[in-house]
Design a binder for this molecule. Structure first.
Ligand code: 5GP
Ligand code: ZN
Length: 128
């Protein structure tokens, strides 16, 4: 069983079979954009816009709700890092999206929370 146990107030810091834990550990290569102590930003392998970067906490949380429940400022740090990615990519003024797909109907395919930072092209609403 992976992920936080909020009732017990603990979580698994790293899950062996988790793709993004492996990227955070450097065991699987990724194109890193920003490298922080607690968060990591790297390019999505299948980009959906000219900028498509994933921002993750190094520790394993299954989704954004679990990350929020940790309550130690890590979610704030993740969002700040996402904005820094947008600045570094030159899309902070033109506009960008931060997306947390959460659960199967939303299209979450990796069970380690990640913010998609998307920009560099006009986007429509509602999303597909
Ligand atoms: P989700 O569908 O869970 O919201 O997003 C998962 C994202 O991870 C997808 O956009 C997918 O392209 C990306 N992804 C899947 N495997 C890899 C990988 O090995 N490396 C990188 N950089 N991105 C990946
Ligand atoms: Zn993980």
């Amino acid at each position: 069983m992976s992920g936080p146990d909020t009732a017990a107030g603990h979580y698994d810091r790293s899950v062996p079979e988790c793709l993004f834990c492996s990227i955070a550990a450097g065991d699987i290569p990724a194109t890193v954009v920003l490298d922080g102590k607690r968060v990591l930003a790297f390019r999505d392998v299948n980009p959906q816009a000219s900028t498509h970067v994933l921002v993750i906490p190094r520790d394993h949380y299954p989704n954004v709700a679990a990350l929020a429940s940790a309550g130690d400022g890590l979610l704030d740090e993740l969002i700040t890092e996402a904005h820094q990615v947008a600045v570094a990519e030159g899309i902070a003024d033109s506009g960008y999206r931060i997306v947390f797909n959460t659960g199967p109907e939303a299209g979450q395919t990796v069970g380690h929370v990640h913010a998609h930072v998307l920009g560099g092209r006009p986007m429509t609403w509602p999303p597909g």
